[in-house]
Design a protein. Sequence first.
Lengths: 225, 232
Amino acid sequence: MSSLSSVTLATLAKDIRLEWRSKDAINSMLFFSLLVVVIFSFSFDPTAEESREIAGGLIWVAFLFAAVVALNQTWARELRNQVLDAYRVSPAPATALFVAKALGNFFLVSVLEGLMAPLFAIFYNLRAVGPAWQLIPLAALGTWALVVNGTFFAAMSLRTRSREIMLPLLLFPISIPAVQSMVEATRLILSGDGSARFWIVLLLTYDVVFTTACLALFETVLQAE
Amino acid sequence: MPVTDAIAQSLPIIAVSNLIKQFGRFAALRGVDAEFCVGKFYVILGDNGAGKTTLLRALAGLAHPTRGTISIQGKTPQEACRKIGYMAHPSLLYDEMSGIENLRYFARLYDIAGDERCEEVIRAVGLDPEMARAVGQYSQGMRQRMSLARAILHDPKILLLDEPFSNVDVHSAREMVGLLKGMRDAGKTILVVTHQAALLEGVADEFVWMQSGQIVERTREPGGEHSGAGTR
């Protein structure tokens, strides 16, 4: 096994083990998303049709805000005892650390989505009129779009004094095209008003471009003082 | 000592030339020039803020020089990272994992397979590899030893140790000194930043005194011209 994949797997396994022991990120994300579902379900009383129109925005914005919690936690762990320095002085490739962190965050946010999606469906009386299977690739591409940039910007804001504030300030504006694609595609799939293909392809393009850019720039971010 | 060994030991493994490190307008290092030879034990002394830790971090490749060069046998610290073992003041360990779990992870970063080497270094620093407790529950002294185990895990030629004996009891500190002496005798180059110079008397080959970001004196004994401060 190459050093890249071996270090990626070791780092991913270590992060999942640490999260399993502390459950810091998953508990905060679940609690936050649950609050969003409950509060909005009490605030609005939409018909089934209205739900299909607004659910896309509601779901993805809830996941975006919840993901920020996980993204901050991922790197906060590396700051305690300055463990990141141990990685920086090692010959392990920077890319491996980035990929492992992004995959770890993808796994966490996917678990959150898996747990919360049925609740959204129940609370908002959702049923897809369009091709429901398209929600699976859409969720995968959308989640990757959130975590790849989120992992990168969380690393970038790591050494800033107010990193919890910095991350949303950097992440949200750059996520607008991705969020718009996710919301529109979800709305079209749920309402059956048309094909979501354009938005899914746009999301795929976004993922490819930003994954490439993050991989290319991460070493600079990691070695910055 | 055979002649070839003597020649090898007189060769510098680290060469620092006109090293300047600035943090904004503050200059932590102001033109450090130094050579450190193979198989020698150096103790870096000086007051707080003298630039000792910054020098060590620069040698480890963690602080990028503003000006000047660092050469580790002709390579930059980043290129020579497999030759360098670095122990910082913080432990550089995950508090939620046990000692062996920490070392298993760091071993993967150096392509070290299997548990044998991890267990060997944990025993070498006087700890039990079977200990299941998380590092966060270790005493400060045990954490320091585990931190040393992490630094020597990949058998580096150069050891850069920042305050390795702080919060360690005298008996354990002497054991750590004995271990370091054995490593020096095996040909490793060791640079230790400490305020506890007395512990290393008779073991260290040279005491390097720093003041205001510069090396001001190098002596064979801990009692140099600048020994009034920075040691206890």
